[in-house]
Design a protein around this ligand. Structure first.
Ligand SMILES: C[S@@+](CC[C@H](N)C(=O)[O-])C[C@H]1O[C@@H](n2cnc3c(N)ncnc32)[C@H](O)[C@@H]1O
Length: 263
């Protein structure tokens, strides 16, 4: 079977509009190669040999649409990434009050479990909701098995205490121990959706890091507003270190770089 993944400018425009509408992710001309590579991968998996055929299949098959969106997202993450935000929480917050935390755009769960081990280590009471758009990433988070290179920044004491070392087929991997795993639940959530949380479900802390970079200002504004609605008064909000909220109107006050409080 011969196949071509040559994407025409019109097809690229259509695909990027679809991705933008579903996820808020902006695919400009610089992302052409990336989109083509990921599209080619889906075409291989579905054994479809032409772009028009793949596009009509994706338009009619809901699962394939989900898989395509899944393939487009960038999920890079690792344990203890940009950890000063978590250190701030440990240092500043009152341990006697239970905390409800949301890791929004959690990818495969490293962010949520990193927070969990540090709060457990410091005797906080808490639970964490970890959400993402990608089904594949949510499954990885629930599985809670990670290659060793993702835990390079975890201090050895915490690594020994909260992770199992893999053996056999899982050599060079670690697994989160059940006492930490049970503190983190995973669920699908699109950041473009309105806040699904009622007053009593709102969060004390929301992390939404390293995803705003893929959005334009219109989407950032919408996402920040949605998350703001899900945050309790006095709650903390963190974005990625390269993603300040500068230029957006919001009701948050800066407490540290990329860290905010809802007064
Ligand atoms: C680079 S990862 C960030 C992971 C983690 N927060 C961190 O800082 O390491 C970005 C994640 O955002 C997710 N994402 C992108 N657009 C989204 C949307 N509209 N709603 C929910 N998640 C989204 C992707 O699936 C991806 O897993």
């Amino acid at each position: 079977m011969t196949s071509t993944t040559k994407v025409s400018p019109a097809q690229y425009k259509k695909l990027s509009a679809l991705v933008y509408k579903e996820t808020g992710i902006v695919l400009n001309e610089k992302k052409f190669e990336l989109l083509t590579a990921r599209l080619a991968k889906r075409m291989r998996v579905t054994k479809i040999s032409s772009v028009p055929d793949y596009l009509s299949f994706m338009n009619t098959d809901e699962n394939e649409f989900i898989n395509f969106i899944d393939a487009i997202t960038t999920n890079h993450t690792f344990f203890f990434r940009e950890n000063s935000h978590c250190e701030y929480i440990v240092k500043t917050l009152d341990k006697s009050k239970p905390l409800k935390i949301w890791s929004a755009a959690s990818s495969s769960g490293e962010e949520a479990y990193s927070i969990a081990v540090q709060l457990a280590e410091n005797s906080f009471q808490f639970d964490i909701f970890a959400s993402d758009l990608s089904n594949t990433m949510l499954k990885a988070g629930q599985r809670a098995i990670y290659p060793n290179d993702r835990v390079r920044s975890v201090p050895l004491t915490m690594l020994r205490k909260y992770f199992w070392k893999g053996t056999g087929a899982y050599k060079n991997h670690v697994k989160i121990k059940p006492e930490i795993k049970k503190l983190v639940s995973f669920g699908k959530h699109n950041l473009l959706s309105d806040s699904p949380f009622t007053e009593s479900d709102k969060f004390d802390i929301i992390f939404c890091r390293n995803v705003m970079i893929y959005f334009d200002n219109t989407t950032r504004k919408k996402v920040v507003n949605n998350l703001f609605q899900s945050l309790k008064p006095g709650g903390y909000f963190f974005v990625g270190m390269s993603e300040s909220l500068q230029g957006l109107q919001h009701g948050l006050t800066t407490v540290l770089p990329s860290g905010y409080i809802k007064k």
